[in-house]
Design a protein. Structure first.
Lengths: 263, 364
């Protein structure tokens, strides 16, 4: 009985969400959304849960946010899963995060996972050489398995630092242009060597937990993105925050388009 | 919206150039008059006249204002000129103002010298040990401020200059070591050449006149940005100003002209590629430290801002700094730049001091 009620409620939610999204899509929608998923540990502490459960709650929030984004029709979503700076944390925490990531990456290959439901192509962006072999192998397997999907794209930044990405791009540009005049290196040469070149620049960057900084995430790509800093911790983020961010984006969008045309 | 004032046979003429139809209540008669005058005297300006003619049709015609030649030469306009000429820099990327002054400085806007004896204690609530070393500012909103007040755009920039002087003084008094300001972006190069020429000549004139004040206040000036497109005379002035103030220690004022974050990384990449080609370094040795050395912000000991303030409520970085903002605390102020002043600055500093900076690690 309880299960049926739950199913009914979910159907109602889905239907009302569809109506809401239809209203939202009357205005301009962003093509690319980026999330900094900050605040899992603080959430666990706040609720008095054990340490690892904050990240688990964060993962389920991530799944629902992805679902909302793809239902709304946003094609690219980038998430900041693990930074190179995070390796400096306690080894136990790093290890538990790696284990959680391995488990969740493997689950993406399941038949019922969100990847198959929405036809997501998954990229893992970052210095994958810094990850342990199992995680790296799982990541590469997911990338290969989803290479044919083309509806929507998920970019997971793991072992990523924007400065590191730029260094790698600079290295590759130097190698490419080694035999030619160095003055002819242009912006496009660096940009095409960036790992994030598979997606356009983010329209919106959302950071949870109230911090207002970029923390070495997508520095190159967010030059013209709108930055939102939400006070809620990541596991508390929900549909209302997404809608609020998109409404704000739509408010300033027309002004920006005019400016872009001037450029 | 941009405004150009041209000194023309000692007659001040003001007219508006809009990239798109403007809703400013510009007296159309005044506009036509000035443009006709220009095109009569100098065929070089004919292209302006043609551009204007197209835009005139879409300008809203206000209630007829009494306009005569005498008013042009009147004291009122001359005074506004002088004040407008005091504009130190044009900072708002959305509103570039240019003017050639009559060579008269308004004493009102001269920066008051601050010495160690006058060092102010920090306001209530701010802790000296948590003050940022390097503050970066995107001074947005001058044009909008002027519009809201019903003033002309150059008044907005004059007010913006006053606000900047106030902030520079406060930085000097409160022990902030470096202040970076965004003057002119690479995006602004697409504006009409005549506008850019006026802007740069204004910048040159202002640097020359401000040099003494800066030297007196122990402020070091550095200019960063793509200098290849700047006129030679301006480059000479820049070199002179940088040379004269290079030993000053109280505050380093970095002015970004023709600068963008991506351009900075690009020129660092070119420098590194050249060094690799010369055999000085190996490709494998390229790392973050090397890029940091090559960036234009290497003129200072603290290249990374601790705090970035953007006024006027826009929630973006606009490609101002890039690499340097990796761990910078961002503060978005709702006020327009001329209204920002001391109160806004204190609010930004208080917000900064309350933040927990972890740099990716954990606070144990």
């Amino acid at each position: 009985m309880g299960g049926e009620v739950r199913q009914l409620l979910e159907q109602i939610h889905r239907f009302s969400r569809r109506c809401l999204f239809r209203v939202l899509s009357m205005g301009p929608l962003p093509t690319h959304l980026a999330f900094i998923m900050d605040g899992n540990r603080r959430y666990a502490k706040k609720r008095g849960l054990e340490d690892g459960s904050g990240h688990k709650a964060g993962f389920s929030t991530l799944m629902s946010m992805l679902q909302y984004c793809y239902e709304l029709g946003i094609k690219y979503v980038t998430i900041y899963a693990f930074s190179i700076d995070n390796f400096r944390r306690k080894p136990e925490e790093v290890q538990s995060l790696m284990d959680l990531m391995l488990e969740k990456i493997k689950s993406l290959l399941d038949k019922e996972s969100i990847v198959h439901e929405y036809g997501i192509r998954v990229y893992f962006i970052g210095n994958l050489g810094l990850l342990n072999d199992q995680v790296r192998a799982a990541a590469e397997e997911v990338m290969k398995a989803t290479a044919k999907n083309s509806r929507v794209v998920l970019l997971v930044c793991v072992a990523y630092n924007s400065t590191d990405e730029i260094v790698q791009a600079v290295k590759r540009s130097c190698v490419d242009k080694a035999d030619r005049d160095t003055e002819r290196i242009q912006l496009v040469d660096i940009e095409e060597n960036m790992q994030m070149s598979v997606a356009p620049e983010p329209d919106i960057l959302i950071r949870s937990s109230g911090e207002t900084r970029l923390s070495n995430f997508l520095l190159w790509q967010t030059g013209n993105s709108q930055l939102f800093s939400l006070d809620a911790l990541w596991p508390e983020i929900g549909l209302r925050h997404l809608v609020w961010a998109i409404l704000n984006f739509q408010r300033s969008h027309s002004y920006l388009e005019k400016r872009k045309k001037q450029l | 919206m941009s405004t150009i004032i041209i000194a023309f046979n000692n007659t001040d003429i003001a007219f508006n150039i809009s990239p798109k139809p403007s809703m400013e209540a510009v007296p159309c008669s005044q506009l036509y008059y000035t443009v006709c005058l220009l095109s009569l005297h100098n065929h070089h300006h004919n292209f302006l006249f043609n551009q204007f003619h197209k835009r005139m049709i879409s300008l809203r015609v206000p209630a007829p204002s009494s306009f005569n030649l005498q008013r042009l030469n009147s004291q009122a306009l001359e005074r506004r000129w002088r004040l407008g000429r005091d504009c130190f820099l044009s900072f708002s990327p959305s509103c570039v103002e240019n003017r050639i002054g009559l060579g008269v400085r308004s004493t009102k806007s001269e920066m008051a010298p601050f010495t160690a004896a006058e060092e102010e204690t920090l306001p209530e609530g701010l802790q000296p040990e948590l003050m940022p070393k390097h503050v970066a500012v995107i001074m947005d909103g001058n044009g909008r401020w002027a519009k809201n007040q019903g003033l002309q755009p150059w008044d907005g920039h004059r007010a913006g200059v006053e606000a900047l002087r106030e902030i520079v003084e406060l930085c000097g008094k409160w022990g902030i070591q470096v202040l970076t300001v965004f003057a002119f972006s690479t995006d602004n190069w697409i504006r009409p050449k005549i506008e850019i020429d006026f802007l740069l000549s204004l910048f040159e004139r202002t640097l020359k006149s401000e040099l003494e004040t800066l030297a007196k206040n122990n402020v070091r000036i550095s200019i960063i940005g793509d200098s290849s497109k700047l006129p030679k005379s301006l480059l000479e002035v820049i070199n002179e100003v940088e040379e004269v103030t290079k030993n000053n220690t109280r505050l380093q004022l970095i002015v970004a002209v023709g600068y963008s974050g991506k351009y900075d990384v690009l020129q660092a990449c070119r420098g590194i590629a050249q060094r690799v080609k010369d055999g000085e370094i190996d490709v494998e040795e390229i790392d973050e430290g090397l890029i940091e050395q090559e960036l234009e912000t290497n003129v200072t000991e603290f290249p990374y801002p601790d705090l970035l303030i953007r006024t006027s409520g826009e929630l973006r970085v606009s490609n101002f700094l890039l690499w340097q903002l990796a761990y910078t605390e961002l503060f978005f102020a709702q006020e327009l730049w001329p209204d920002f002043g001391r109160n806004g600055f204190v609010e930004a500093l208080m917000s900064f001091q309350q933040r927990q900076r972890r740099f990716g690690g954990r606070k144990s």
